[in-house]
Write a protein that binds this ligand. Structure first.
Ligand code: COA
Ligand code: ZN
Length: 326
């Protein structure tokens, strides 16, 4: 169990999209570009740069075109963006995104709240957007929200998830992201659903996407790894949350997950000291404390100075010892 050696895991950074979409203060375009450029050098497989949604729905990302045009493209990194509709798809193509990340919810209520559509309407629209992407030879990933539960409806049947994933495959998607939008997932459930989806659609690239709302992000990640999932979304510093899901909070933090996986021997390709430094910069940028833990505590073998007066403490202890031995 948990034998990490030689297993390669792909790490996707979603902080610039899933994280910044939820920040109250607007992060300047130059700062977003600098952040993505910095992340590009850290060894990620994929970076979700922004979303091409309506600027009134998500004002924090209203500068999607400018950011996408100005970032540096590191060879080997996939620069993806969230696309809610055909209009968003056309904007994204014009900016040469490497992948379309489409979105719908496994829960009818959350789908209506987030996207203003019923699920059948969303499926029709996903088909239209996927056609735009595929005609331009851009691959399509579909992120399915609320796979492990909906904050408004409660449990989401596994049969619903499997049925929707099957329909995504039918639309030409080559990747599906199983999203725990509000941190309702728990490890045995994660293992079961990931295994079922992977077994039903072995040709599909499956990504795990866990929020840490109830502190289960790390164990859910491990449960998914155990079920054979090899690609994960996470956000630097643990920033984020869905503005349309009550009680949502950040993704599981990149530095926390990568730090754990590397000590277990998994090959993530991502550099932990670089992540910690980037998280500190992100904290300065958004002006409030981040929920992540490793960027605050440091890596597990970080050495601390002994307390003040330590030499005296030691000498006294030794003296006590010699006195009592007499
Ligand atoms: N890009 C830019 N503008 C867009 C747009 C897009 N992709 N899609 C819609 N708009 C604009 C329309 O032009 C319209 O503008 P107007 O009011 O100036 O005429 C306005 O947005 C509303 O358009 P409408 O077609 O009525 O859409 P809607 O109000 O039903 O909203 C979504 C649909 C999906 C665009 C919107 O709900 C949305 O972006 N939601 C956010 C989804 C999201 O990213 N959630 C978080 C991640 S899970
Ligand atoms: Zn999310």
């Amino acid at each position: 169990m948990f034998e990490g050696r030689a297993i390669k895991l792909k790490i996707n950074e979603v902080g610039p999209r899933d994280g910044l979409q939820n920040e109250a203060a607007f992060v300047e375009t130059d700062d977003k570009v600098r952040l993505v450029d910095h992340l590009s050098g850290l060894g990620y497989s994929k970076i979700e740069v922004t979303s091409f949604t309506s600027p009134t729905a998500i004002p924090a990302l209203r500068d999607a075109e400018a950011v996408m045009h100005r970032i540096r493209r590191e060879p080997g990194v996939v620069y993806t963006a969230l696309i809610p509709n055909v209009r968003g798809g056309e904007r994204a193509l014009e900016c040469r995104v490497d992948e379309f990340n489409l979105v719908m919810s496994a829960s009818e209520t959350h789908n209506l709240a987030n996207l203003r559509m019923t699920r059948p309407q969303s499926l029709r629209q996903l088909g239209d957007v996927a056609a735009v992407a595929l005609s331009a030879k851009v691959p399509v990933n579909i992120s399915l929200s609320c796979v492990f539960g909906c904050p408004m409806e409660g449990e989401v049947p596994q049969a619903t998830v499997l049925d929707l994933v099957g329909q995504f495959v039918g639309l030409g998607a080559t990747g599906v992201t199983l999203c725990d939008t509000t941190g309702m997932a728990y490890p045995t459930q994660v293992h079961g659903i990931c295994e079922s989806v992977a077994k039903a659609y072995p040709q599909l690239n499956i990504t795990g996407h866990f929020h840490n709302t109830r502190g289960m992000g790390l164990v859910n990640t491990l449960a998914a790894v155990e079920a054979g999932i090899r690609q994960f979304d996470m956000s630097l510093g643990g920033i984020g949350g869905c503005p349309y899901a009550p009680g949502a909070s950040g993704n599981v933090a990149t530095e926390d997950v990568v730090h754990m996986l590397q000590w277990m021997g998994y090959d993530t390709g991502v550099d932990v000291p670089g992540l910690i430094q980037a998280a500190h910069e992100l904290e300065r940028l958004i002006g409030h404390e981040l929920p992540a833990q490793v960027s605050r505590a440091g890596e597990r073998l970080k050495r601390h100075e002994p307390p003040a007066g330590f030499d005296e403490i030691r000498e006294r202890a030794i003296a006590r010892n010699t006195a009592s031995a007499k």
